[in-house]
Every structure is written in C-alpha cells, then in structure tokens.
Design a protein around this ligand. Structure first.
Ligand code: ADP
Ligand code: ADP
Length: 227
C-alpha cells in the first residue's frame, strides 16, 4: 500500500530523513519508535504531505503522493491522522467535529456524515457525548473523538503521531484499546508511539529510527525477545 523509496528530507541543512526505504502492506500495523529527535514525527508527516520531501518517492497504491498534480485535500481525505494534540474545534460539538471535514470536502451528505459519525462515536464509547463541547470531555475522551473524526472519512490508512503522549496516565489505556480494536479490524496503521506494550501486542512490525535513518526493523517477537 505504501512504498517509501530512498526518501530524504532536510530542514534547511539539517538532514532529518536519511535514505528511508520502507514498504507497508495493506492491513499491516507498523510501530515507529526511536529516541526524541530521530525523525519519527517527520516521517509520518511526509505520508500525508504535511511535510515535503526533497528526494525519493512515496508511493500510495502506486501513485507518488509528492507529485505536483496530487490534490492534497483528496490525498488527506483518504488518510486518517491522529496527533498528539487532539486539535478539536472548541466551539463545535463532538458530532460536528466529526462530520465537518467529510461534509466540507463533499465526501458525504450532512445526513450520511451524521449517521456514520454517530456509529463511530458509539464504537469509541462516546455516543452519549455527541452534543457536548470538547472542553467538557477528558483528554482520553477527546482523543477518542479525534479517532472517530478521522474514521468518518473511512480512510484505508490511519496515521498516529504519539496519540497518548499528551494524556494523563489513567487515560492512555482507553485510547490504546480503540487502536487495538482498529488493528484487529484490519486497518492499515502507522503509529509513532512509546507504548511498548501496544507495540508488543498489536504491531506486525516495529521500525526503529535513529538520526533520521531506519536502523532496525523487526517483528515484535524479534524486537522484544532478543538476548
Ligand atoms: P521525533 O518525532 O523522532 O522526535 P522529529 O521528526 O520531530 O523527531 O524531528 C527530527 C529532527 O528534525 C529534530 O532534530 C527536530 O528538531 C528537527 N525538526 C523537526 N521539525 C523541524 C522544522 N520544522 N524545522 C527545523 N527542524 C525541524
Ligand atoms: P513532535 O516531535 O511531536 O513533532 P516537536 O515539539 O518536536 O513535537 O515539534 C512541534 C512542532 O515544531 C512541529 O511542527 C515541528 O515541525 C516543529 N519543530 C520541531 N523542531 C523544530 C526546529 N528545530 N525548528 C523549527 N521547528 C521545529
């Protein structure tokens, strides 16, 4: 599904991604780990063009997403993205947050978007909060709304950039549970996370980055059970 070929990125003269080549298959769950500043967030942000690259290719179903003729809105409507910060609109209800993009991009009618968003809010255990404003929710609940929002577009691919890092510890579990459920459902997922329990149980593959390069890739068994 995603094929990165010799991807290089610089911030000015800082070489942030160094010859990254990686293939991610449909249905695969890949966890990206590595020290702070190693390029994990940059890598994931190149996958939906939040960051440009300077050389190499990123093919999504065979199409180079960094080509000039790619419509970024269309691209991003097919890729769900969950950030560390929830980025919900504070003045919109939970339900309106979930339907906004799908309706604005003309992907769904208002009615279909509401129906789908309600089903997804139910799935993340928050149907009863549909009419609440985000600030009335806990951090863990807000992040579950952010996941439901991303899923409203029915994206074949979900990207997670440290989705639990901004949460109080007691709320981490409820978000990981939703992610685990998605993985079980066959969703293709690329997750930057320090949650090694999640990596061990859910990942098909763990990628380890250091100084902008992928220095190791392994199954969780290989990764966690080495001598
Ligand atoms: P990680 O997610 O592994 O912590 P990042 O991808 O956020 O790493 O950052 C990798 C490196 O690139 C860091 O040294 C960071 O300071 C640098 N960097 C990230 N974003 C920018 C930017 N917009 N401009 C300049 N340098 C950046
Ligand atoms: P994360 O690792 O989750 O991206 P950071 O604190 O590293 O969090 O980055 C937050 C924002 O600041 C990002 O948009 C990133 O691109 C930008 N950034 C990070 N490092 C630098 C830097 N050295 N110079 C300019 N912008 C940066």
């Amino acid at each position: 599904m995603i094929d990165l070929r010799n991807v290089n990125k610089w911030y000015g003269d800082y070489h942030a991604l160094v010859n990254v080549s990686e293939t991610i298959a449909t249905g695969e769950v890949v966890v990206v780990c590595g020290p702070s500043g190693s390029g994990k967030s940059t890598l994931i942000r190149t996958l939906n063009r939040l960051e440009p690259i300077q050389s190499g290719e990123i093919l999504l179903d065979g199409k180079n997403i960094h080509d000039r003729d790619v419509d970024v809105n269309v691209l991003r409507s097919g890729i769900g993205f969950v950030f560390q910060q929830f980025n919900l609109f504070p003045h919109l209800t939970v339900l309106a947050n979930c339907t906004l993009a799908a309706v604005q991009l003309g992907k769904l009618s208002a009615r279909d978007a509401q129906e789908r968003a309600m089903a997804l809010l139910d799935r993340v255990g928050l149907a009863h909060k549909a009419q609440a404003l985000p600030n009335a929710l806990s951090g863990g609940q807000q992040q579950r709304v952010a996941i439901a929002r991303a899923l409203t577009m029915q994206p074949p691919l979900m990207l997670f950039d440290e989705p639990t890092s901004a949460l109080d510890p007691e709320m981490v579990g409820e978000v990981l549970l939703v992610m685990r459920d998605l993985a079980k459902d066959g969703m293709t997922m690329v997750c930057v996370t320090h949650e090694m329990g999640f990596a061990r149980e859910v990942a098909d593959r763990v990628i380890f980055m250091d100084q902008g390069a992928v220095v190791e890739r392994a199954t969780p068994e290989q990764f966690f059970n080495r001598p």
